[in-house]
Design a protein around this ligand. Structure first.
Ligand SMILES: Cc1cc2nc3c(=O)[nH]c(=O)nc-3n(C[C@H](O)[C@H](O)[C@H](O)COP(=O)(O)OP(=O)(O)OC[C@H]3O[C@@H](n4cnc5c(N)ncnc54)[C@H](O)[C@@H]3O)c2cc1C
Length: 436
């Protein structure tokens, strides 16, 4: 009987291995800890939460909450253990992390279909069905192999993410659509600033607190073209006006002139509901990012769906290499799961392990892998990360902006909670309709 190899017994790999084993398929599960450490994990247990012990909201009107409900319907094994190890945390779902990892480690070790191999994988056998779930801190030797397989430009080692916002929350009394020099249409949203507004923005920026890099991240070099805005700003008050905030070629129709500075927003998803701030990658604390963005004309009431971050993160260029089923386009034996696919967060990592586990089992059984609809949060996530139209792909977590649009009257659209509940109901009905 054909065996599946799963590389990495973190959140995604553990979920995938348990899914596959449950279908009666044998699994070789490789985990390099404790022989080789990642620098962030503290134990030799499987499915370790490396930082916070919270998985975020369980509320169905929250994007991450909806994802959890979908995962339960799809039969997530790790979600079951989350409830066994749950500790009180208000509306959030938090766990006793030791107990959680202990439960998963025992489930895996006692599963007759799973053969645990405590070794670092340094090579990939492309002739065997394999899930690569080695996470954001994939070992160097394995990273090299993945790079060789996918091509150098398809593996990244650092997140340098600019905030992503919801278009619906942009004030178009101030912002306007225009491409620089009027080239090729009006794809960009422009938020113009006069001198006083720019100086205020600059003042907030240079005084904003930054997030400290972790020990294993120190010494990381950012590309010059990818420098955080706070680093650019520290070079002088006008550096940004001659860089990402340059107003040149953007004649404001309302004044017939160029503005003093312009923040540009670029379309981020197919549905054009999300936009990222061009050249705005940042390591500022999230509260500071919020204050900074709200100081930009047109973004006073902006809804930020993804904050900027800069941290070590190994991830592949999924839009170029993966299908929405998480199967590799280049070689159908290879699937990816977890943070390495470009989703972010504990819940998202478990969710992609779940989908990859279901799909590799289907593949082995001669069935077509499932591609979920963007009406569901998990489908929207996998469709987002494998959407070929990204200008520059950066990891994302679950959010309402990536879900397929729904037709609603103006009144309902304005009531965010009600709108989310309607979207959530549609998502759960759709998930239930899959025969898995
Ligand atoms: C420092 C840090 C803090 C984070 N904090 C949070 C947070 O608070 N909340 C949140 O939602 N998300 C957080 N994340 C993001 C993300 O949710 C977690 O990293 C999550 O654990 C990712 O799950 P995963 O299964 O993809 O990878 P992991 O859980 O890291 O699992 C990957 C496994 O693969 C193993 N491995 C790696 N290379 C090899 C190899 N060559 N051979 C065999 N095994 C290998 C590793 O040892 C590890 O056990 C954090 C990430 C980092 C790096």
């Amino acid at each position: 009987m054909e065996k599946v190899t799963v590389i990495g017994a973190g959140l995604a790999g553990s979920e995938a291995a348990l899914q596959i084993a449950e279908k009666g398929i044998l699994v070789d599960l490789y985990e390099m800890r404790p022989k080789k450490e990642t620098g962030a994990h503290k134990t030799d247990k499987f499915a370790e939460f490396v930082c916070s012990n919270s998985l975020g909201s369980y509320d169905i009107s929250n994007a991450s909450g909806l994802l959890k409900h979908e995962m339960q319907i799809l039969g997530s094994k790790l979600m079951e253990a989350v409830f066994e190890a749950q500790v009180p945390a208000g509306g959030a779902l938090a766990v006793d992390r030791e107990l959680f990892s202990q439960i998963i480690t025992e489930k895996i070790n006692s599963n007759p279909n799973i053969n645990v191999i405590r070794e670092e994988v340094t090579d990939i056998d492309f002739t065997k069905p394999t899930i690569i779930a080695s996470g954001p801190l994939t070992s160097e030797l394995l990273s090299e192999k993945i790079k060789e397989f996918l091509g150098e430009e398809y593996l990244h080692f650092f997140d340098a993410i600019a905030p992503i916002v919801e278009k619906e929350s942009v004030d178009f009394n101030k912002a306007f659509y225009l491409n620089r020099y009027n080239k090729g249409g009006a794809d960009y949203i422009n938020c113009p600033m006069n001198k006083a507004e720019y100086e205020r923005f600059y003042e907030i920026l240079i005084n904003s607190p930054k997030i400290e890099l972790k020990t294993f991240e120190k010494g990381a070099k950012f590309f010059e073209s990818c420098l955080p805005i706070e680093v650019l700003a520290s070079r002088g008050i006008d550096t940004l006006r001659f860089g990402p905030l340059k107003p040149i070629g953007l004649i404001d129709e309302r004044t017939g002139a160029e503005n003093y500075a312009v923040v540009q927003l670029r379309q981020d998803n197919k549905a054009a509901s999300l936009y990222n701030l061009v050249g705005f990658q940042t390591n500022l604390k999230w509260s500071a990012q919020k204050e900074l963005l709200k100081s930009i004309p047109g973004l006073e009431n902006v809804n930020i769906v993804r904050y900027g971050v800069m941290h070590r993160n190994t991830f592949i260029n999924s839009p170029k290499v993966l299908n929405p089923s998480l199967q590799c386009r280049k070689n159908p034996n290879i699937f990816f799961a977890g943070q390495i696919t470009g989703t972010e967060g504990y819940t998202e990592s478990i969710a992609s392990g779940l989908l990859a586990g279901i799909n590799i089992s289907r593949y082995i059984n001669g069935e077509n892998p499932i591609e979920l609809s963007s009406e569901t949060m998990l489908g929207a996530l996998t469709n987002y990360i494998t959407f070929e139209g990204h200008k520059s792909f950066q990891p994302i977590n679950s959010n309402w902006g990536i879900l397929a649009e729904i037709q609603l009257d103006k009144q309902t659209r304005k009531n965010k909670k009600l709108k989310n509940e309607i979207l959530a109901k549609r998502a759960l009905d759709t998930i239930k309709s899959y025969k898995i």
